[in-house]
Write a protein that binds this ligand. Structure first.
Ligand SMILES: C[S@@+](CC[C@H](N)C(=O)[O-])C[C@H]1O[C@@H](n2cnc3c(N)ncnc32)[C@H](O)[C@@H]1O
Length: 278
């Protein structure tokens, strides 16, 4: 897939992602806290947030670093970045700036950041190694990058089963190893190897359970249809009837996660941090 396609995919999902951001932020909160701590996003730090989306973790970082620190939020989608600017203004945070473009193409002064974070983005990049090379250059020596990715289909069934259904209806195959995809960096060892091959050392990894709680399967379906760019992309170029049939089957699958208290689905993410050597 080309960068232009990825940009278009996420431009289409950006309004939905922004609408669902409070839900996504609450869902990912334990992983976000781990990522910020593992990257040493501390008072006064200069932070780069890659694939920032509508910026909830950008704003968390901006609060942690305080007025003496700063956060640059980068994304391939301009609409996402407009949401970041609006959200920062509403939150009264003057220490947030935005940077448009693909992470792979970043041209940033060497040694200019104290920490780099990336929540739920790296696994979707066409060339994650090229993005990590740019990150390594941008970081000052002995500082850290920390990322959050989904682990495996077995540990994330409410995401894996709908993806299988959409791929089946669209007549497409799942991404092969090495291709971008929601689970591409989740299998044991893959992310660790990518970080090491990109010149980082002292890789630290934590598995974090972040079960998703929603009011109903119907609400989860709406979020998936509106906000999940990778899902929308699988089915978006199919005839209307194919799309409708696929989403009906996804709805049935999501109903299997309904309990008397609402929708509850296990989700597991991997938080990994690594150091740029001197
Ligand atoms: C699943 S969303 C995560 C957004 C945000 N980090 C969060 O956790 O709320 C993925 C984001 O990655 C961005 N993205 C995808 N490919 C990218 C690339 N190559 N470079 C920069 N951003 C990219 C999308 O525009 C989207 O905002």
């Amino acid at each position: 897939m080309q960068q232009a396609e990825i940009r278009q995919q996420w431009e289409g999902a950006a309004p939905g992602w922004a609408r669902w951001e409070p839900t996504i932020a609450a869902w990912m909160d334990p992983a976000t806290k781990a990522m910020l701590a593992m990257a040493a996003v501390d008072e006064g730090a200069r932070v780069l947030d890659l694939a920032c989306g509508a910026g909830s973790q950008t704003l968390d970082a901006a609060r942690r670093v305080g007025p003496q620190g700063s956060v640059v939020a980068g994304d391939i989608s301009d609409t996402m970045l407009q949401h970041v600017r609006d959200n920062a203004r509403v939150a009264g945070l003057a220490n947030v700036a935005t940077l448009a473009g693909a992470a792979e193409d970043l041209d940033i002064a060497a040694d200019s950041f104290d920490a780099v974070i990336c929540r739920l983005g790296l696994m979707l990049f066409v060339e994650p190694a090229r993005a990590l090379a740019a990150v390594r250059r941008a970081l000052r020596p002995q500082s850290k990058v920390a990322v959050v990715v989904f682990t495996t289909p077995a540990r994330n069934p409410f995401m894996a089963k709908p993806m299988q259904i959409l791929l089946h209806h669209a007549g497409k195959t799942p991404p092969s190893p090495g291709q971008p995809g929601i689970f591409s960096l989740g299998p044991p060892g893959v992310l660790e190897r990518l970080l090491a091959d990109s010149g980082f050392v002292d890789v630290e990894q934590r598995l974090v359970e972040v079960p998703l709680h929603m009011s109903s399967a119907a609400e989860t379906l709406t979020m998936m249809k509106e906000a999940f760019g990778a899902y929308r992309a699988v089915i978006g170029d199919c005839p209307e009837a194919v799309q409708a049939a696929a989403w009906v089957e996804v709805a049935e699958t999501l109903r299997t996660f309904e309990a008397p208290t609402g929708f509850v689905a296990p989700t597991e993410v991997l938080v990994a941090a690594a150091v740029k050597p001197t």
